[in-house]
Design a protein around this ligand. Structure first.
Ligand SMILES: NC(=O)c1ccc[n+]([C@@H]2O[C@H](COP(=O)([O-])OP(=O)(O)OC[C@H]3O[C@@H](n4cnc5c(N)ncnc54)[C@H](OP(=O)(O)O)[C@@H]3O)[C@@H](O)[C@H]2O)c1
Length: 238
């Protein structure tokens, strides 16, 4: 088993996930780049190799329980441990304006598909990795959530995405309550509006900035928080 901390990050062939892999690698973790399309993952890894980060790549589709189990087994086989599951993969299939998709019109299929990726995927990832973290008495679970899921700031538009991220925050609170305040920490991050395929070209933040709080939560010290929601490394209301 490696002595280094091992992170397994979903949806990291592009966007913020790829940047979180880069930043965690820079900090000396083994950051495993997981992508549902292995070839796209390998292409992304080549860009990091050019920066001298030799990151492992695994196939992982968060909507497929067998794929999650296989990826977790592969990483355990390679390194003997997973300390930092980062639930980054997500879909946003709705337009960003309230008039694009009203909750009064949204299809149940879209809500199901979005929940399967954005909420059930993270749940399965945590279920698949928690036993090892318990055995070793260390874990830092990070969920990429969104201000769109905050009840305090809830508005109209993109309802399936909003619902899935609210539920992701609830999931995080429930797991934090069950795990207690000690060895395994779980937190949500709202990265702000970030210039990725999802955030669009006019988003205010760079991926480097968007990734910072997730990286901080992935490497929290022993006395760091759990069960919280953070933006710019500061707690935000639900
Ligand atoms: N960008 C923003 O402004 C913003 C704001 C708030 C929160 N967030 C959150 O931050 C996270 C990263 O967002 P982003 O902007 O980097 O998104 P992105 O550019 O759209 O990238 C999404 C990633 O998720 C992957 N993915 C989608 N479905 C998947 C599945 N079933 N299995 C595995 N991977 C899957 C995609 O893979 P493919 O290439 O194969 O599609 C891609 O790698 C998400 O959780 C998002 O909700 C983003």
């Amino acid at each position: 088993m490696t002595d280094k901390r091992v992170a397994l990050l979903t949806g990291t062939n592009r966007g913020m996930g790829l940047e979180i892999v880069r930043q965690l690698s820079r900090l000396g973790l083994i950051a495993v780049l997981a992508a549902r399309d292995l070839e796209k993952g390998k292409v992304a890894a080549v860009t990091l190799a050019a920066e001298e980060f030799d990151v492992p790549v695994v196939a992982l589709d968060v909507t497929d329980a067998d794929s999650i189990r296989a990826a977790v087994a592969e990483v355990r086989g390679l390194f003997g441990r997973i300390d930092v599951p980062v639930n980054n993969a997500a879909i946003l299939k709705e337009g960003l304006l309230p008039e694009d998709t009203s909750i009064l019109d949204v299809s149940g299929d879209l809500v199901n598909q979005t929940f399967l990726t954005n909420t059930v995927g993270p749940l399965r990832m945590i279920q698949a990795t928690v036993s090892g973290m318990r055995e070793r008495g260390y874990g830092r679970i990070v969920n990429l959530s969104s201000g769109a899921g905050q009840l305090a700031e809830m508005g109209g538009g993109f309802p399936a995405y909003r619902l899935s991220k609210s539920a992701l925050n609830a999931l995080m609170r429930i797991i934090a309550a069950e795990l207690g305040a000690h060895e395994i920490k779980i937190n949500s991050v709202c990265p702000g509006l970030v210039r990725t395929d999802m955030g669009g070209p006019h988003a205010t933040r760079t991926v480097e900035h968007g990734a910072e709080t997730a990286v901080w939560l992935a490497t929290l010290p022993e006395d760091g928080p759990t069960g919280g929601s953070f933006r710019d490394m500061k707690p935000i209301p639900w």
